[in-house]
Structures are given as C-alpha cells and as structure tokens.
Design a protein around this ligand. Structure first.
Ligand SMILES: *[C@@H]1O[C@H](CO)[C@@H](O)[C@H](O)[C@H]1NC(C)=O
Length: 248
C-alpha cells in the first residue's frame, strides 16, 4: 500500500493577452508501510505541466530535468537549499503521515450489502441473483453464496473488487439460481470491518415487490381513467339538462 500526500502550492500568473501560464509546486510525502521507514519528501517544480526540477529527500538533493532545471538544481544544492528542505521530511511529512496512518490506514468501513434478483437467468425457470457490497474499506473481501447454509460453488461469477476512486470499493457476485422454492439463499460476507462473517438473506418477495409496483401503478391508472370518465359523463349530463334562457 502506498500513500501519497500531495499538495499544490502556487498557481501563477495570468498575463493579459495570453491563455495563461501555470506554475505550481507539488509537495508529496510518500511511504509504503505504516512504520514510515521509507518516508520520502518530494517537492516537484512544474511549469506548464513540465516538471523541470525535483527535490528528493532520500538523496537530499535537487535534480534538474530541463536545461533550466539542471542549472537551478545545481545552484540550489550549492547554496544549501537542499538541507533547508530536508527539514520538511520530519517537520512536515512525518507528522502528516502519522495522522494518515492513524486515521485512514488504521480504519475499516463496513460494506453495505444488498441481495436481490436482477433478471431471469439464461435458462427457463432460473433467476439471476446478485450480492452487492458497496463502500467498504480497505479492499480485501470475500462473498460466498449459501444455499440452506451450504456453500454454492457452481453457477457463481463475480466482478473484481472495483475501486470507486474515493478510498471505497465495491464488488458484485452473481448466482444463477434454478432452485425449488423453499430454499434459503444467502450471501456470506467476510471483511476486516466485521468481527465475524455476516450473512445476508435473499428475500424472494422482493421479486414480487417489483411486480407489485407495476400492479399498483396500473391500478392507479385505471382508477384515474374511470374517475375522469365519470367526471366527463357527469358534466355532459349536467350541461344537457340545463335550459338556456335566451336573453332579450
Ligand atoms: C528519490 O530517490 C530515491 C533514491 O535514488 C529513489 O529510489 C526514489 O524513486 C526517488 N523518488 C522519486 C519520487 O523520484
């Protein structure tokens, strides 16, 4: 696992008549393990997306990548700017990295799990079930299908653990079910955020739930039509019954 703290320092300047130039310094605290043994402080100097120089605390020196960068790196190293920046390793990075380890790497977040049927399966009388685990941290999860408490190994497919891009992950496991009714189908989830594996049962009535929604919607539509029709008939009756009195 690698954690990089990154931090843009300067965004400068915009000159009239030009689209603008972008100068920024990107500060990184890099480490791959919680003990911070390989903690590294990096300062990147970037002009218009070109990194022309970099400070690297492991070497405790600036390195130039363009002619301009090489010239400046030499000068900064000679003037002792490297030693001044090196204090950032402990003064800036270590503290933030410790907080990161403590508050992020040291934590886990339980997945929210849903078990439902998605569509009918490839064969007749079969159903495709999906067990979805969302928003868990860290990665490393195991989903197992249980049929009456026994593990199902066939007709199971799964996605990889998908990274959401916000520290959280998700995964989806599919079971093609060709079962007699009455069996209990469940999805067992093992994750470091649970003290023991957690079992989530599939509720077959959710299948009817979808159907019920359609029935309720259709009934509402029919009822609405009947009422409007009644309204129209009532209105017609009323207006034909009215006697128009001619004026003058
Ligand atoms: C910093 O320097 C060390 C030693 O040369 C190197 O292993 C590491 O990859 C460098 N880090 C970066 C981000 O350039």
């Amino acid at each position: 696992m690698s954690l990089v703290y990154s931090f843009a320092l300067i965004v400068l300047p915009f000159l009239p008549g030009f689209d603008g130039y972008l100068y920024h310094i990107q500060r990184e605290c890099r480490f791959t393990s919680g003990d911070l043994k390989d903690l590294e402080f990096i300062d990147r100097y970037i002009f218009n997306k070109v990194e022309y120089a970099r400070y690297n605390s492991t070497e405790n020196k600036f390195i130039g990548y363009t002619e301009f960068g090489v010239k400046n790196a030499e000068r900064w190293n000679k003037e002792g700017e490297n030693d001044r920046l090196h204090t950032g390793l402990d003064g800036y990075c270590r503290h933030n990295a410790e907080l990161g380890v403590q508050y992020i790497l040291g934590h886990s977040v339980q997945p929210s799990v849903k078990v439902k049927s998605v569509k009918s399966g490839s064969q007749r009388h079969s159903t495709m079930l999906v067990c979805s685990a969302y928003n868990f941290y860290p990665e490393g999860i195991k989903l197992t299908w249980l049929r009456d408490g026994k593990e199902v190994k066939t007709d199971v497919t799964s996605t990889e653990e998908l990274y959401d891009g916000d520290w959280y992950h998700q995964i989806h496991s599919y079971l093609e079910l060709t079962s007699k009714s009455g069996e209990t189908i469940a999805c067992k989830v093992e994750h470091s955020s649970f003290s023991e594996p957690k079992v989530f049962k599939w509720d077959p009535s959710t299948l009817d739930g979808e159907r019920n929604k359609v029935i309720i919607g259709a009934s509402g539509l029919v009822l609405g039509l009947i009422l409007s029709l009644a309204g129209v008939i009532y209105y017609k009756k009323k207006s034909t019954g009215r006697i128009l009195v001619p004026t003058s």
